[in-house]
Design a protein around this ligand. Structure first.
Ligand code: COA
Length: 194
């Protein structure tokens, strides 16, 4: 069973095959890779067939520990990003979240905030998690702002975790506990679809 999450302006839905076109473009975007990948962007996007196979694997995989969504704007149904809950640990009730607004013209409009709040709400209210973790490069100021504003606390630093433009950069470890969470009325309840 899949789940749709809704926010004021967004619908987070399971991936569909046509998502491959945008995902393919984003996978080779130097700025996106700089902020979210451990390795630099490839010189060329991977062949589109490869991205389609990746999306197909996501669609067909029955994995209890990973949930992924495409982020779609309600007003025009455009895919503007993607997000995920990973390392879902049903014994220790913890998981990690990740996200990207791939369409850079959509940055700075508060969409990231809506996505993160929907993910957090799903983790605590539907999955029953106690802890949500995230790792963020120390130079990723917008993401730090986003997670801290949602209530995540900086818990530590992984020193010299990645090489960016020939320099070592630190990575911060963030966490949000169920008891600390103050829900904001930005997102609706999750909807289950068959
Ligand atoms: C991080 C990301 C998801 C944010 O999405 P977004 O829709 O632009 O986020 P929002 O508009 O909700 O909020 C961004 C916040 O960062 C702030 N911000 C933007 N640029 C900033 C900068 N250079 N320094 C500090 N804060 C900055 C914005 O002002 C905003 O805060 P505010 O609402 O309090 O003013 C998006 O930039 C992205 O996809 N980046 C690339 C991938 C990535 O970094 N993913 C996260 C990996 S952990």
């Amino acid at each position: 069973m899949e789940t749709i999450l809704t926010t004021q302006r967004l619908r987070l839905t399971p991936h569909i095959l046509p998502d491959a076109e945008a995902m393919n473009r984003w996978s080779a975007d130097p700025e996106l890779c700089y902020y979210s990948d451990d390795t630099p962007a490839p010189a060329e996007p991977e062949p589109i067939e490869e991205t389609r196979r990746y999306i197909e694997r996501i669609i067909t995989r029955q994995d209890d520990n990973i949930l992924r969504w495409g982020v779609r704007r309600i007003e025009d149904d455009q895919l503007i990003g993607f997000c995920m809950i990973v390392f879902i640990d049903h014994h220790n009730l913890k998981c990690k979240v990740g996200m990207a607004i791939g369409e850079k013209t959509a940055w700075g409009k508060g969409y990231g905030r809506e996505v993160l709040e929907a993910l957090v709400r799903h983790c605590f209210e539907v999955l029953g998690m106690n802890r949500i973790g995230a790792e963020i490069y120390a130079f990723n100021a917008p993401s730090i702002r986003l997670f801290e504003r949602t209530g995540f606390q900086r818990e530590g630093v992984i020193r010299q975790s990645v090489v960016k433009n020939g320099l070592y950069e630190d990575e911060y470890v963030y966490g949000l506990l169920r008891d600390e969470w103050r829900p904001k009325p930005l997102c609706g309840p999750a909807t289950a679809i068959e």
